[in-house]
Ligand binder design. Structure first.
Ligand code: DUC
Ligand code: ZN
Ligand code: ZN
Length: 471
């Protein structure tokens, strides 16, 4: 194990700027930042010097929305904590926050314990948990307090979609939000009107509309906007901090922006698939190919301008985080469950490995600045979910989670080269101007020369604090 590492000659990026610094790492943590030449005069003893000349030195990525091993749609997400966290490391993500699961009738503590069992000793990078509450009742509300106060799990995902699986009605949502408000915890919301969607799905299937693209056509933007508005109103009544997950439409963005304009503690994330993929070009591919792109919220029409709206919201901070909603399923035996019936296709796209690169393309194309890239992918997610300044920043005392990124390098995304446990890639053939060169997790070099040099079991559980992002 390396004890002391010096990263020399790079441009250190933060959410507020860029400056040439050398970075000294001692053990797990960043020890000091020195202006160019400083460490040459001080001459600290080092086990390893990494030359970052001409490269960016950025805080490791923080992906606050992943679903390793999630049981869903009659199968399980295909990445384990081992495969998924190694893939994340390859892509410059050094922390994930995954979702422990509780369904109606189940004990929340049991759900959390099961997730600890899945992850403990199996992760290559650090990880935390949110808790899905799929059955809001007295016991679940009591458990929310235990998790927030004692377990380092301070955010709770509710679903306005998936009746019979994870769905909460408005009364349940209100009660969970009241509890969250009392605790200072954050409610994460899957905002789609599930009961209405289920009717549209049944009607489409009756008409013989079974292809993957009907997944999007039966989940219209109005039902995302309506649920987003309802969630915001319930949060207003209860004063709970609200974070809308996987926002896909300009309609939902406008609703969120209005609430934020009034000073509400309402926040939002989007994901790479909504910034780049579309109903027309991807979900509507011939035959069953479109199944690879079935996720919820669904891909939207490019012609309707949702992508432009999402990029704009990333600039204005109406959308503050880019996560992946990494929920991978193979085509074979998994997506294939929905052959002849789109509603049986397991929902999910896997991209935990490519989030940093895909978002960096927004810098290349002029959509966002370099600092905004770091802010959206690392600093704000860390602050939003109580991990800052341990994660999300290169500063003395912070964990030495660092990525050396080469803006002159290139990456070509393909199933042939990715490390996720998937037999396809939703971003197959995408060319990236930029490349992850070296990745450190708590001072340990975990990716170098396109090789995993870390260790399964190196990743530690992150006990999170309350959100540090409230207005
Ligand atoms: N959306 C997905 O695409 N997959 C899992 C759950 C979800 O909400
Ligand atoms: Zn969701
Ligand atoms: Zn999700």
């Amino acid at each position: 194990m390396l004890a002391r590492v010096l990263i020399c000659g790079g441009l250190v990026l933060s959410a507020t700027g860029a400056q040439n610094y050398d970075v000294l790492i001692d053990g797990d943590e960043i020890a000091a930042l020195g202006t160019p030449g400083y460490f040459e005069s001080v001459k600290p003893t080092c086990d390893r010097v990494l030359d970052a000349s001409g490269k960016y030195v950025i805080p490791g990525g923080v992906d606050v929305h992943t679903h390793m091993e999630l049981p869903f749609g009659g199968t399980n997400a295909s990445d384990t904590f081992e495969t998924g966290t190694i893939a994340a490391a390859f892509g410059g993500t050094t922390s994930i926050v995954d979702f422990a699961v509780q369904r109606t009738g189940e004990d929340v503590h049991d759900g959390l314990a099961a997730w600890h069992e899945n992850a403990d000793g199996n992760c290559a990078i650090d990880y935390g948990f949110h808790q899905i509450i799929g059955g809001v009742d007295d016991a679940a509300l009591k458990a929310m307090a235990d998790l927030t106060n004692s377990e380092g799990v301070t955010s709770f995902k509710l679903f306005m979609a998936y009746p019979g699986v994870f769905y909460s009605d408005d009364g349940q949502i209100l009660r969970a939000m009241q509890t969250a408000a009392d605790l200072g915890a954050t409610i994460m919301m899957h905002a789609e009107n599930g009961p209405a969607i289920d009717v549209l799905v049944a009607q489409a299937l009756e008409r013989g509309e079974t292809d993957p693209r009907y997944h999007s056509l039966t989940r219209p933007v109005e039902l995302e906007e309506e649920a987003t508005h309802r969630a915001i109103m319930l949060a207003k009544v209860t004063k709970a901090p609200l974070y809308i997950v996987h926002v896909s439409s300009s309609d939902a963005v406008e609703t969120i922006a209005r609430a934020r304009g009034l000073g509400a503690n309402v926040f939002a994330e989007t994901c790479p698939q909504y910034l780049y993929l579309s109903l027309e070009e991807h979900l509507s591919k011939p035959g069953f190919e479109g199944a690879a792109y079935v996720c919820s919220t669904p891909l939207r029409s490019r012609a309707e301008g949702h992508q432009e709206s999402l990029w704009r919201a990333l600039r204005t901070n109406d959308v503050s985080v880019v996560s992946t909603d990494h929920c991978p399923f193979c085509m074979k035996d998994q997506k294939e469950l929905g052959l002849g019936n789109f509603s049986k296709i397991p929902n999910g796209i896997g991209s935990v490995e490519h989030r940093m690169d895909l978002l960096y393309q927004g810098v290349v194309t002029g959509e966002i600045t370099l600092s905004r890239w770091v802010e959206l992918a690392s600093t704000t997610p860390a602050r939003m979910f109580g991990l800052y300044p341990r994660k999300g920043v290169i500063a003395p005392g912070s964990d030495a989670d660092i990525v050396i990124y080469d803006p002159k390098g290139t990456t070509d995304i393909s199933v042939k080269t990715h490390h996720m446990n998937m037999d396809h890639s939703a971003f197959e053939g995408t060319h990236i101007d930029g490349r992850v060169v070296t990745v450190l997790s708590r001072g340990r070099i975990v990716v170098e020369n396109n090789t995993f040099t870390g260790a399964v079991g190196h990743g530690k559980f992150l006990r999170r604090g309350l959100s540090q992002y409230l207005v």
